[in-house]
Design a protein around this ligand. Structure first.
Ligand code: SF4
Length: 64
């Protein structure tokens, strides 16, 4: 399954996604999260989906 994510400007920089799945989500110098610009590796799909579900402001979206 191919899966890719992006973070919207709703992000409040809480860090939950980065802590849940650091292989896919990083904090930027601006203090908000961003997702890697590539397909999520198979072994991190579950953690990345959990990170999306854990975001308190639903700022993580599935990319087309
Ligand atoms: Fe931003 Fe949501 Fe990640 Fe928190 S969990 S840093 S609000 S994208």
């Amino acid at each position: 399954m191919n899966m890719k994510y992006y973070v919207t400007d709703e992000c409040i920089g809480c860090g939950v996604c980065v802590n849940t799945c650091p292989e896919v989500f990083k904090m930027t110098d601006a203090g908000v999260a961003e997702a890697i610009d590539e397909e999520v590796p198979e072994e991190y799909l579950d953690a990345a989906a959990q990170a999306m579900d854990s975001c308190p402001v639903q700022a993580i979206k599935e990319a087309d």
